[in-house]
Design a protein. Structure first.
Length: 233
């Protein structure tokens, strides 16, 4: 796919994949009976807020479900605000890259991918699409020890991801991406003990061959602990 073809196709109907299969273990006990994407922020579930924020470029929704996935299906049904929804199962919870790989047979290109349990804005989604090439939403954080910080080279483009704990602060992946099917030409990158496969790490592998733009945001809200929910509220 040439850059020109990528930009032209991005103007037509576009899919978004929300990754919503995880157990949300660090936000327990809130996630014991409710999947994390359905936890409420000021009375509205996280995933519903993301669906309401979708820009006009997005016309189709795919949600990857796993843990307590039936609750998500019951909540949203087969459409939301006139956009059709399809559900894809992640049978074993092997990380975000493995979750996206479950959708590979039904994805057109290009497409957006986002975490179903973080909060995004429609403006950031549109800014990723406007990049006209593969792109990753990035945020400056004051505590980057748990995740790997992003390396830039040249400035504004992804060069790699440092190991967790390398830096106390820095630029991190915010879990929202603009991709095309070339991502599936790469093997999912193993993380942790090798039982999970990370999507940002796999994108970093792709970035060795294909430029991936970094789009900075100050609007992303990461929800990891019960305190994060209270803070946003």
């Amino acid at each position: 796919v040439s850059d020109l073809e990528f930009r032209i196709s991005s103007l037509s109907s576009m899919q978004i994949v929300f990754l919503a299969a995880g157990r949300g273990t660090r936000i327990r006990p809130l996630s014991d009976a409710t999947p994390k994407p359905l936890l409420a922020v000021v009375g509205v579930p996280i995933l519903e807020r993301n669906l309401k924020a979708l820009p006009s470029e997005v016309t189709d929704i795919i949600i990857v479900v796993g843990y307590l996935g039936e609750q998500i299906k019951r909540r949203f049904g087969d459409s939301f605000l006139s956009r059709p929804i399809r559900y894809v199962e992640q049978p074993e919870l092997h990380g975000t890259a493995n979750a996206l790989w479950q959708t590979r047979t039904i994805l057109r290109e290009p497409f957006l991918v986002g975490n179903g349990d973080d909060l995004y804005t429609g403006a950031d989604m549109s800014r990723l699409v406007a990049a006209g090439q593969p792109a990753l939403l990035a945020a400056e954080v004051s505590d980057a020890r748990r995740v790997g910080t992003l390396r830039e080279d040249p400035p504004g483009f992804l060069a790699g991801i440092e190991a967790p704990g390398t830096h106390d602060t820095g630029l991190v992946a915010a879990g929202l991406y603009f991709l095309d099917r070339r991502i599936f030409e790469y093997e999912p990158a193993p993380i942790k003990d090798g039982t999970e496969f990370g999507l940002p790490q796999t994108i970093a592998e792709m970035a060795r061959d294909i430029p991936v733009k970094l789009v900075r945001t100050e609007q992303w809200r990461s929800i990891t602990t019960p305190e994060d929910l209270q803070r946003i509220a």
